[in-house]
Design a protein around this ligand. Sequence first.
Ligand code: NAD
Length: 498
Amino acid sequence: MTTLNHLINGEPFAETGRTADVYNPSTGAVIHQVPLASRDTVQKAIDAAKAAFPAWRNTPPAKRAQVLFRFKQLLEQNEQRIVQLISEEHGKTLEDAAGELKRGIENVEYATAAPELLKGEYSRNAGPAIDSWSDFQPLGVVAGITPFNFPAMVPLWMYPLAIACGNCFILKPSERDPSSTLLIAELMYEAGLPKGVLNVVHGDKETVDALIQAPEVKALSFVGSTPIAEYIYKEGAARGKRVQALGGAKNHAVLMPDADLDNAVSALMGAAYGSCGERCMAISVAVCVGDQIADALIERLTPQIQSLKVGPGTCKGLDMGPLVTKAALEKVTGYVQDGEAAGAKLVVDGRSLKVADHDNGFFLGGCLFDNVTPDMRIYKEEIFGPVLCVVRVNSLEDAIALINAHEYGNGTCIFTRDGESARLFSDEIEVGMVGINVPLPVPVAYHSFGGWKRSIFGDLAAYGPDGVRFYTRRKTITQRWPQRATHEAAQFAFPSNG
Ligand code: NAD
């Protein structure tokens, strides 16, 4: 069993204080210890980032991009190692881990466009002999705090772009599966990043609080559960920091009576049970418009859920691995009990699943509830496990009203063959990311990712164009060079082109 290090000023840094266990969720065994950074360690990372900032800020964006080009190549060359580490500590299948890494690499590719992204805006002759332009300058030291469910992709949403924009970054990965995140950060240095530009401090609340409270940290990017997102937003904003805090979700898929049912069922299987339901864009509610489509959906889903191939994520050819921790397993099985007690019909119960030779793994089979109603906890709360709830409604308008009344608004989708229904849905739905016959509408790297309502706190979404704006601040310069300087009298009227 190894103890991981922090990564400060480009070097491994050993913590002498508190540690936490990192599990292999397929076996239930502790495989690593992760250090939990003290305030002193966080300060070391901040000092390193602060010292690196003046030179990095003045490094031409094209040179910054060259580091990212090499980084992308290294990520591709090291795919097998990274994917193995993700799967070992998170539990997701190798194929799923490879998918998250590829989406993360797309964010690196976007960040390599830094020279283009930072060109700014220019107006010649904004007034007589007056030119005006806006620069997008880095903020300084910025920090990111990331969740367990995408240990490669979500950090890659943040620091490649922040660094491309000229900032220095401190990353606090999830303490549950930190190894792949750390390996990827080390590759940034192999790619030629100057020391101190990226630092990794592992930790928990104490570490996060030290980052929130440090005056040198100008911005916080957070992705995780809603209560923590709200806490970080409030505490960060109260200290004058820029904060984007992405939270939890309850994503609904609407099935219209005219949907292509075979394809909708396949899409729902992947979106509800892929990654054991531990995705912020996972579909956890199927809203069926009419009993006929609901009955047909249940009939087709049931055998498919019962025959999901579940096992250790590191074995090839599986559909689903374990949940991430024992606590997660207990929480999700608690919801299943709660749903039954509240009167929902448990059509498929995954609690009896046994994985051969893995008695201590955190496994749960796929679960399916029918006749779920909006007052039930299994409907209202984020379960974050392989549990799909079917809610029956009478019309598209009822489906829209149901979804709009939910506190979360991360992702949603509609399955239909009717353009009019699809257009009404995408116009009226109060959700940030919408799919039309697309179950997981995660925006590509050159758009931006963000939900609505209590799925996000802060004004700007993650990555893409919003990410550039988040990690830079606008400075607008107005300059006048009259061709022949003549004496001009003082003007007391407000300057205008009028
Ligand atoms: P989490 O909120 O428990 O942890 C996220 C991060 O916050 C971790 O780095 C953790 O160490 C830190 N943290 C935990 N408790 C803290 C505290 N009291 N104070 C300060 N920091 C604390 O989330 P998780 O379980 O790692 O991830 C799953 C959650 O993340 C789900 O709710 C999921 O929907 C959400 N998520 C959202 C998105 C999105 O883009 N909206 C993406 C991925 C995951």
